[in-house]
Design a protein around this ligand. Structure first.
Ligand SMILES: [Zn+2]
Length: 179
């Protein structure tokens, strides 16, 4: 796993050197935070919230396993908790980006938060929750309809990093649950 983390770090460094847009810079923020999560032994996902002027308001990682088990501490819930606890403003005017499609729990939390735009880099057919909102109970379904969920258009290089983060995360996750 350490070899994978080193390789990821190199991939992210290379991506940083090639970054050419403000969108790439946002992805660098996600990747660097996801890498930190992996180094801590947590699932390497990061989420960031930007205001309507594209200023970073909150960025967080998964803190599910370390320093202590916190089953609700996914990147998206942590980013929203930070945003709300610090009273950063009107979340409905903000957008969120995540390195991986939000899970069922996080999709529900996103829906309840009132944020209106959520982009994710990599779809997660095994654990993603966005599609489930189509058949969620009415209150959730109605709120979810107001949110623009979209897959971020990214370079091949960025997608390879997202996939490497996902593969590492799955290893950490399966080891934790002895699957
Ligand atoms: Zn989640």
């Amino acid at each position: 796993m350490l070899i994978q983390i080193d390789k990821l770090q190199q991939q992210i460094e290379r991506f940083k050197k090639n970054e050419s847009s403000s969108e790439d810079q946002k992805l660098v923020t996600l990747f660097e935070h996801a890498l930190l999560a992996a180094q801590e032994g947590n699932y390497p996902v990061a989420a960031a919230i930007f205001d309507s002027n594209d200023q970073l308001q909150s960025v967080s990682t998964n803190r599910y396993f370390f320093p202590k088990p916190l089953s609700g501490a996914h990147a998206e819930t942590n980013a929203l908790d930070d945003f709300e606890n610090q009273e950063k403003g009107d979340v409905s005017e903000c957008s969120m980006i995540v390195s991986l499609e939000p899970c069922l729990m996080c999709t529900s939390r996103i829906v309840l938060s009132g944020i209106r735009k959520v982009g994710y880099l990599l779809p997660d057919p095994a654990g993603g929750g966005i599609d489930t909102m189509k058949s969620a109970p009415d209150d959730f379904r109605l709120l979810a309809q107001r949110i623009e969920f979209y897959q971020i258009k990214a370079s091949q290089q960025a997608l390879e990093i997202a996939r490497a983060l996902y593969e590492l995360g799955e290893q950490i996750w399966k080891k934790h649950y002895s699957l």
